[in-house]
Write a protein that binds this ligand. Structure first.
Ligand code: PMP
Length: 290
């Protein structure tokens, strides 16, 4: 595998960062996960916009212009001869001393990995995922706003460990007030009486790119979509649940905390949106030639 690291394409074995990099020492940095489908990068502009916004929020200057970053991503895809890829773009505060002070990190590190990903086992897209609510609450907006896609993912990792300990692949996370926020690496939707519902950004949800795609798809299908405060009770009594994410795409949930959702089968709205999503990723996106 070839990695784009600080302006150069290098073999994986040579793609190394210092132990004094604050991305490693403190999780001081931001990242994006992007997909390409059949030589088209899906929602590239949206992902890059979020990347620059995350960096701005932590006062980290991205050393490349938007255009340069776009070119670097395509260069990485070409170097790895990938038509279908999961692309990880990462920038860190760079090398500093052992203190926290980012001022002592003069030069940010930036790298791009283009690879393959199969997030959840394929068969779960047909039969649905088992989800559990975990004790760890999603980071508070006023502490570390989940809107920032920072390298500090310990909040999500703790949730993931708790889910794994309960034999589930994904964790439902609530905020301090007990409202549904999202999962450790995915947004959540439910369907009730033909209406699509997802938690609002204001509860501390990452504004997922896939979440927005689903909201747009729903609109084009004339499905009403609302963003109210949601509790676990609402989810337990929903008709359908599914999760969204760049890696996961749209994956149905058929069981939550031991309750089967409706009849425990993947519902019609989920199926329709999954199909719509599949069509979209094959039509849209920034084209590149290998
Ligand atoms: N929430 C969290 C915490 C995530 O890490 C992700 C993955 N980026 C998502 C939601 C889904 O966002 P997206 O659709 O932009 O991948």
């Amino acid at each position: 595998m070839k990695i784009w690291l600080n302006g150069k394409i290098v073999p994986e074995e040579e793609a190394k960062v210092s132990v004094f990099d604050h991305g490693l020492l403190y999780g001081d940095g931001v990242f994006e996960g992007i997909r390409s489908y059949n030589s088209r990068i899906f929602k590239l502009d949206e992902h890059l916009e979020r990347f620059y916004k995350s960096a701005r929020a932590i006062m980290l200057k991205i050393s490349l212009s938007l255009k340069e970053l776009e070119e670097a991503i395509i260069k990485t895809l070409r170097a790895n001869n990938l038509k279908d890829a999961y692309i990880r773009v990462v920038t860190t505060r760079g090398v500093g001393d052992l203190g926290l002070d980012p001022v002592k990190c003069p030069s940010p590190t930036i790298f791009i990995i283009a690879s393959k990903i199969q997030f959840y086992p394929r068969e779960l897209y047909g039969k649905g995922l088992r989800l559990v609510t975990v004790p760890t609450r999603r980071s508070d907006i006023e502490s570390l706003n989940p809107a920032i896609k920072s390298l500090n993912y310990l909040n999500n990792i703790l949730a993931k460990i708790e889910a794994t300990n309960s034999g589930a692949l994904e964790a439902l996370m609530l905020n301090r007030d007990g409202y549904v926020v999202e999962c450790s690496g995915d947004n959540i939707f439910m369907v009730k009486n033909g209406t699509l519902l997802t938690p609002p950004i204001s509860v501390g949800t990452l504004e997922g790119i896939t979440r927005n795609v689903v909201i747009d798809l729903a609109q084009s299908f004339k499905i009403n979509c609302l963003e109210p405060l949601l509790t676990r009770y609402d989810l337990y009594n929903s008709d359908e649940i599914f999760l969204t994410g760049t890696a996961a795409e749209i994956i149905p949930v058929t069981e939550l905390d031991g309750r089967s959702i409706k009849d425990g089968k993947v519902g019609p709205f989920t199926k329709r949106l999954m199909l719509g999503f599949k069509e979209l990723v094959n039509q849209e996106g920034k084209e590149y030639a290998l």
